[in-house]
Design a protein around this ligand. Sequence first.
Ligand SMILES: *Cc1c(COP(=O)(O)O)cnc(C)c1O
Length: 405
Amino acid sequence: MNDIALERTLTADYIALEAEYGAKNYKPLDVVLTRGEGVHVWDVEGRRYLDCLSAYSAVNQGHCHPKILAAMVEQAGRLTLTSRAFRNDQLAPFYEELCALTHSHKVLPMNSGAEAVETALKVARKWGYEVKGVRDGAAEIIVCDGNFHGRTVAIVGFSTDPQSRGGFGPFAPGFKIVPFGDADALEAAITPNTVAFLVEPIQGEAGVIIPPAGYLKRARELCTQHGVILILDEIQTGLGRTGKLLAEEHEGVEADLTLIGKALSGGFYPVSAVLSNSEVMNVLHPGEHGSTFGGNPLACAIARAALKALTEEDMVGNAARVGARLKASLEAIDAPSVKEVRGRGLMIAVELHADAGGARRVCEALQARGLLAKETHDHTIRIAPPLILTDSQADWIAEQFAAAL
Ligand SMILES: *Cc1c(COP(=O)(O)O)cnc(C)c1O
């Protein structure tokens, strides 16, 4: 057997093993990765790819960032988990650094993004009953059509994606859905029982949907006017992805609760947080909410290093600069299959016409050219490489797209 045949067997073996033992809740590209460094990943056959997904923006700092790795290894050999029954010496500095960076007053640390969302929903409801004076059990939370906030039962209950919610009911009541980007619809949906409006500044999973200019500003005004908590889910848009530390900065607004996750650990570990810039968080008292792993010293040490890498290496500024360059190059591609290129910073999408044969085919062609990207829905390809992307790498991405399209 020659080397190539042997390698083929290796990839096929992993895929067959997964198919035999794993739940089939994903349909990944047929590439088995074994190593990552910076913007690149390598498969088990030794082929190199430029990663244009960054684990859904969890790897903004690039794969295996050496300083985050060093912090993780150092902390892992010292203390990993105490639970919150005791204190640890990483939590307080993590709080202080995160608040200084994001201009927040309070932090509640969790693990996955969905847990941060659930936390915010609980806090908003409790605030509604205890501060706003909503009758017990009547609190309403407004969400948007096309939202993606995670996979728990409460969250998929207010999803509008049939795949995400179908077959998983009954669901928690108390949620209202309005069209994304329509501030008038938001205003019309607000009642005296409305406690919160939960929204993504840019809808990532829906296909990088950017709302009209002024939408978030108007939403902020409406929330303030009606005593409604504005919850911004920045789990994907936050931490530099759109060319600002938080996407809310594009419209100069401040949420009451901001949710971050994903890149908060640079992809090393699940770390999420609810940031609060008002007194909303103070409705929680000891014993009312928690997590065994939330705020553990290993997570805090990793997150501190991940935030430091973002700022020290100006990854946010780089995302703005290189993102604009990449978007312009993609827009310049003359391909009849392309309906639209849209994006902000390094959160970019290429949407194909419905009759263009589908985004999956293009992703497979890109894979063959050494670029990994994933379709969202049927006709959109998301491009979200690590924020350390260079100009020449951006140009290379655009060249591969031009060829694949
Ligand atoms: C990924 C994501 C979540 C969920 O995060 P998990 O860590 O997968 O639970 C929530 N909201 C948005 C906008 C996301 O992109």
